[in-house]
Design a binder for this molecule. Structure first.
Ligand SMILES: CC(=O)N[C@H]1[C@@H](OP(=O)(O)OP(=O)(O)OC[C@H]2O[C@@H](n3ccc(=O)[nH]c3=O)[C@H](O)[C@@H]2O)O[C@H](CO)[C@@H](O)[C@@H]1O[C@H](C)C(=O)N[C@@H](C)C(=O)N[C@H](CCC(=O)O)C(=O)O
Length: 484
């Protein structure tokens, strides 16, 4: 572990050679021996930011050995004044963890849509060919086959966590790591100092304008990923990303791209298509739901090929892809299809049901709830969409928190409108079993809303939850009982 003297010397400041045991920007996480970096929060229309400088006394009380900040201050512990505290947080974190990125080939994925799928798929391809490979993404951290969930719901966490994870990848023997990089991460210096072997930019759509102010600023932040990449892979179909196609050291993917596809066939078991690429043409099978995933697969294939994977390795890796945790994740396709998804609004449920309908041979059944202490119009939206697009709906709990569950279920039921085609099963575990026992050959069961989340908020309790595990258990139970 570096000393305070070593860390402060990066900024040309002397300090005593005391041992530093951690770096954080959050006073609540300070432990004895930590350096606390005080950051002024980002003002957003929706929230009043905090200012880390207000929490310096708390950090010192908890044992911080030094403080970094942006104001002129006189403290009882060594203090480093910097002009950009977020940049300093990233630089200090990288130094504290021994610059782990230098020992890894990084592959960064950014874009408004599809980046989680591309990152998870790319990690799977690389991991199948040359394990272990690290992954940092919205759906959790992967160190080879080991899964880790960080606190908070970040796509890309703050710099201390990013650097710590990179160090864990290195310690576990990884030589490559896939990072899902959000525009927040690029704008707020969470990934400062990282250089990528390959950078993928999937597309740009209107989003996060509260932080970025304009599409031009949003694009400029995302583009930074490619500026820090030796090789770029960009979508040729999106109006924003296609402007980057002419860069040197770039492959495009999409309808007119260097990587494109033809003869796409979608069945209940997934997708099949032919890839046309600079490394040749070859057929692939991908056990994923949704035609749009063929395009995500092209991006991942291009990046994996750039890292040296052969056509055989690409085909084999794609064919055994277990899916993105909790995102249209296909758990089985026969005798009835089972899909777990995160859709928890009327609009996202509509998209999920429309995606599943064409490949559903029999009934389309959805199990879904609506959260409490949140926008109540969601309940109506979900109920209406389920009534219109599913053959049968099981309405159940979904983080109702302190609101009465029965009232939420009644609103969804009323919005649905046809009591012959829905059931109310308040306990989510029971609702899952109910649907599994209801299923007939050719049906599709969609378990929607929880996806990869690991908690279920019931009243004031926060229970551990794993939707995929629960659904698998129910399937197992039905299979065992059917065999008896
Ligand atoms: C806009 C944005 O990204 N904000 C992030 C930013 O907030 P902020 O700078 O305004 O910080 P703040 O909460 O006002 O606090 C200021 C400072 O005081 C500190 N503090 C605060 C309270 C306290 O008791 N003690 C203390 O030390 C905080 O740790 C922080 O360092 O820094 C905070 C501390 O790291 C983050 O928690 C916060 O993420 C917020 C919660 C968030 O929701 N971010 C999401 C939107 C996000 O980052 N999303 C992206 C993109 C997702 C996507 O692709 O769609 C992601 O990568 O996940």
């Amino acid at each position: 572990m570096p000393t305070l003297a070593e860390l402060f010397s990066l900024f040309g400041q002397s300090a005593p050679p005391v041992e530093v045991v951690g770096i954080t920007h959050d006073s609540r996480l300070v432990q004895p021996g930590f350096v606390f970096v005080a950051i002024p929060g980002v003002p957003l229309p929706s929230r009043q930011p905090f200012d880390g400088h207000d929490y310096i006394p708390q950090a010192i009380e908890k044992g911080a050995v030094a403080v970094v900040g942006m104001r002129e201050l006189n403290l009882g512990v060594p203090y480093l004044r910097v002009s950009d505290a977020r940049a300093a947080l990233a630089d200090l974190s990288a130094a504290f963890w021994g610059y782990p990125a230098q020992k890894l080939k990084l592959l960064g994925v950014t874009g408004s849509k599809g980046k989680t799928t591309v990152a998870v798929l790319l990690h799977h391809l690389l991991q199948s060919a040359a394990p272990p490979v690290g992954r940092l993404s919205t759906v959790g951290v992967r160190i080879g086959d080991e899964e880790l969930f960080l606190p908070g719901h970040f796509t890309t966490p703050e710099a201390p966590q990013v650097q710590e994870m990179l160090q864990r990848f290195v310690s576990a023997g990884c030589r490559q790591a896939v990072l899902e990089v959000s525009s927040h991460a690029l704008a707020l210096e969470r990934v400062r100092g990282l250089l990528y072997e390959v950078g993928i930019f999937t597309n740009l759509y209107e989003d996060h304008l509260d932080l970025h102010g304009s599409m031009e600023n949003y694009f400029a932040e995302k583009k930074k990923l490619l500026e820090r990449s030796r090789f770029a892979i960009v979508n040729s179909d999106n109006p924003w990303t296609q402007t980057l196609a002419k860069r040197p050291q770039t492959w495009t993917y999409g309808a007119q791209g260097d990587w494109r596809l033809q003869h796409l066939v979608e069945s209940s078991g997934g997708l099949g298509f032919e890839v046309i690429s600079p490394i040749g043409s070859f057929p692939v099978r991908l056990p994923m739901v949704g035609r749009f995933n063929a395009e995500n697969a092209l991006a991942a294939l291009a990046a994996a090929s750039r890292m040296g994977l052969s056509v055989d390795q690409l085909q084999a890796g794609l064919a055994c892809f277990p899916g993105v945790p909790g995102r249209m994740q296909l758990l089985q396709s026969e005798p009835f299809r089972v899909v777990v998804d995160f859709a928890h609004t009327g609009a996202s449920l509509e998209a999920a049901l429309q995606t599943l309908r064409p490949t559903t041979r029999n009934r389309l059944v959805v199990v879904i709830g609506a959260a409490g202490n949140q926008d109540p119009t969601r309940r109506t939206g979900i109920g209406q969409v389920a009534g219109r697009l599913a053959d049968f709906a099981v309405f159940t709990e979904e983080d109702h928190r302190t609101e009465p569950l029965e009232a939420i279920l009644q609103i969804m039921a009323r919005a649905h409108g046809d009591p012959r085609r829905y059931a109310l099963v308040p306990d989510r575990r029971e609702a899952i079993r109910y649907a599994v026992w209801l299923a007939q050959p050719g049906d599709t069961l969609l378990f929607s809303g929880k996806g990869h989340e690991r908690t279920l908020e019931r009243g004031t309790e926060i229970l551990p939850w794993n939707e995929i595990e629960e659904v698998r258990l129910a399937l197992e139970e039905r299979k065992t009982k059917a065999e008896i």
